[in-house]
Design a protein around this ligand. Sequence first.
Ligand code: UT7
Length: 336
Amino acid sequence: MRATITAIAHSVPPTVYDNHWFAERIDTTDEWIRTRTGIIERHFATEGGVTDILLPAAEAALKQRGITPLDVDCIIVATVTPDRIFPASAAILQHKLGATNAWGFDLAAACSGFLYSLITASKLVESGAVRNVLLCSGDKMSAILDFDDRATSVLFGDGGGCVLIEPSADDNLGIMDFILRMDGAGEVHLHQKAGGSLRPPSLETVTNREHYVYQEGQAVFKAAVKGMADVSYEIMERNHLTADDVAWLIPHQANLRIIDATAERMGLSKEKVMVNIDRYGNTTAGTIPICLSELYQQRKIKKGDYLVLSSFGAGYTWGSILLRWSMEDAPMEEVS
Ligand code: UT7
């Protein structure tokens, strides 16, 4: 049995913050942010937690598939900004959805959260352990951004997407192959200093501004360029695909220069690379499902298309997935 995506939707909070908003507050410019990252604007939630961001996408995905929350067997929430450290945001989302027959859990793989949980979900489905998994992947990065730090605050946004994973009706369509990697040596370059069991919250951690994203940009940049390009090329090569065979590269949206380097390594032209970093920034676990959902809504992916999804992020975690799209075109009422 092969698992596949049978429904997809995304959601972002309504409020948009453009680069000028930052330039008015901290020592940065629209020009620096655009040219170094590709970001023009991003969405930040003004209230609620990550489950509030994901809930509309979860409801839309179930509606699209024509099933109710009671039909969901398992919920995975991929995030590094859970509503609370415990209970799992999967439980909170289950309650908000009314998916009372579902069990579930959270998965923390940062920017690779969608890829890690897509493979976890697909293996649960392929083993027959569950009939379906509602996979919700996204982050409320504004909750852990230091808005006084120009090196990190301008990079991220809030948002996420949800997919339903079920057995594929056709063995030649669905999740075909994956490469997932991890290197914990990357922890020093990208982490949140306090708030966990190693360094619990205290007056000192708050005063020292330790509850925010800490990133050594250049070190992560170098590792990301190599990591993402390597696995994206490798998955193509070991499945005997050429650039002509691949319809879309759907990369994690951290930096346009990392995306370009990955596409170049794969020999893909720009028209085959999904980019929306300009509108959303880096939504961590949200980037890839938002990209996929937008492509679906725009009817730009066709049944049978080969898609390469790839990511790199904190951990380090990185990877690529080869997907053969199995859904029919979005109905006209869902086209945006
Ligand atoms: O998704 C998780 C994984 N994360 C990533 O993949 C991110 C990887 N890293 C990056 O995308 C890039 O390293 C950044 C976008 C974070 C930074 O770009 P960079 O080209 O590597 O810049 P830099 O850190 O080398 O900084 C260059 C200069 C510095 O000034 P000096 O020392 O040359 O005077 C920074 O202080 O740019 C300065 N700078 C800024 N200037 C204006 C850093 N941030 C800003 C800013 N506005 N927001």
